[in-house]
Design a protein around this ligand. Sequence first.
Ligand code: COA
Length: 270
Amino acid sequence: MSVDLPTYFSSYFATHPLFRPGALGAAVNRTQLDLRPFGQSMPFIDAAEHPRLTDLYHRSNRLAFDDDLALPGWVLVDFYLLPAAVGLLTCPAGLLEPSVRNRLGLSSQDEAIAAAYYAAPTIHPGTVLGCSLFSLLPRVGAGRVIKALTLRMLRAEAQRGVTQWDNASLRVHTRIGPLQVEAPVPQPHGKARDSFVYRIDLHGESAWRTQPRPLPGLDRANEDAWVDARDRQATDELLRRAASGERVEVVWPGLSDDGRLVRVRHSRSA
Ligand SMILES: CC(C)(COP(=O)(O)OP(=O)(O)OC[C@H]1O[C@@H](n2cnc3c(N)ncnc32)[C@H](O)[C@@H]1OP(=O)(O)O)[C@@H](O)C(=O)NCCC(=O)NCCS
């Protein structure tokens, strides 16, 4: 499917005029970033000069992830803000669910973080490591929009990352490209047993999926394999096949509508 991403993003922000993208990081990183990803203005926000927004990002992140993956303040500073910048999508707090707003101590008029994404630069030039995607405003595609803008802002050519076999984020990640399954996740990660390491090649932009799914629910009989996302024997087998040189990919839409099945494609060449 051929898509014009600049047109997609300008139409997205025309439909959601209260959403504002931004790049939150250390001033020294500003000149390295693409602050007009896909033609959208993504103003740079110096974290040192915006402590309230930085704190709000930290608290919003900790609200989105459970205790196993809670973001320590020093990791936010040393591995997010200082090496690069976090992509933010802000909105008036009045758009958030009242319970979410209250937990963040915000009033309706305050600025809130609708969604955010961060990927850290790695030792491989052009490859970033996705660390943190979250959205506090479901069902408006905020996660997919901020992930795509942030990857472009970081000038990423490939993205590696860790996710869980049953995480709703698979619906977001697979819109950008197939997730090539790479390896199991080292044990100290809070959700190692339920997770895998993946890689997405970001060169194939024409394959990025911006359109709604064509049908409510896919005809599973005609698809590649659908694997029970909570069956550890089955997901361990996928990891074993990937380790033995088979190409194993999680492909769009990633997860079934009920969140129980993950869609997988196998091919022999690696
Ligand atoms: C993952 C996350 C960012 C997605 O948020 P979002 O972008 O607002 O998501 P949306 O409501 O737009 O839904 C995105 C897609 O997932 C689908 N979806 C949402 N919840 C789902 C679920 N439990 N099971 C299956 N699909 C689900 C939606 O139908 C939509 O699919 P579509 O784009 O094909 O229509 C959000 O759920 C989140 O913050 N989770 C907690 C933090 C986390 O686990 N992050 C991922 C780390 S890898």
